[in-house]
Write a protein that binds this ligand. Sequence first.
Ligand code: HEC
Ligand code: HEC
Length: 242
Amino acid sequence: MMALLVSAFVGQTALVYTDPTAEEFGELTELELAGREIWHENNCQTCHQIYGFGGFLGPDLTNAASRLNRARLDEILTKGSGQMPPFHMDADQIDAVEAFLAALDRTGVGQARLVREIQPSAVFSMIDQHCGENPMTDAARAGFELFKVRCSACHTPFRATPLGPFLAADLSLVTERLDGDAIERTMIDGRPEKGMPPTGLSADERKSMKGFFQWLADEEPTLRPRCDAAKEVLDIPWFNFK
Ligand code: HEC
Ligand code: HEC
């Protein structure tokens, strides 16, 4: 047990000290260092977090530079605000803090944001339900069944899915964006350079798929608001925290 703990400690230490992030972002300038000095001297960390670490009385400031303008910074670092005490800083000090916050902001996202989304399974049952009101043709139904098996790993109607650097479109209005031939070509060739492989669907299957896309586009005005209303806050997986 002891050996296990020691090797876990050594492993963790090695990971922390070989993290290449610092090299990636280079050294802080003199002004940015002055800002960090002010940060330390005034114990800003007792109330604020950076990358989620620190006190919780004030907000996380990792990305504060993106949401604050100079006027707000002037106000808050001289007069304070609410539970933020007045530090009566002069313009040079504020310059330094501003530069330090901007340097922090460049290093990435400090806190994962909550995402309101709808699960693909919820979208598909919504579509099934709606078929009770406005049935699909047999061909469109066949297309829908194929879609669930062959496309839904990447595409979900009424929500775009981020796939690495690409976005798999929601396809609910694809018949309005692209003509039949362009949809056909996309299904045959895929868009390998954008992360979509050729689908391997037969001519009949592609026809059914287009039938499904047409039904989706016709029903979009009813279905989209229902899907929007059903969005819920999804759990953020730990690996999305940066
Ligand atoms: C006693 C706790 C406390 C300390 C110490 C403190 N702050 Fe704050 N800070 C707060 C609170 C609370 C707020 C939110 C105030 C508000 O929104 O009205 C805040 C807000 C801010 C904001 C605006 C953030 C935003 O998103 O609007 C900045 C920038 C800021 N603080 C910087 C600093 C700096 C720099 C220091 C150190 C020199 C510092 N704070 C020290 C409590 C503190
Ligand atoms: C591995 C993920 C993946 C799968 C599986 C996939 N696609 Fe795609 N698809 C994408 C991505 C990514 C794009 C966006 C490409 C781009 O930006 O041009 C896309 C784009 C499309 C487009 C063009 C949309 C537009 O507005 O330009 C169509 C049509 C399409 N896919 C149909 C399908 C169909 C039908 C299936 C199932 C038979 C399918 N896709 C399966 C990833 C996928």
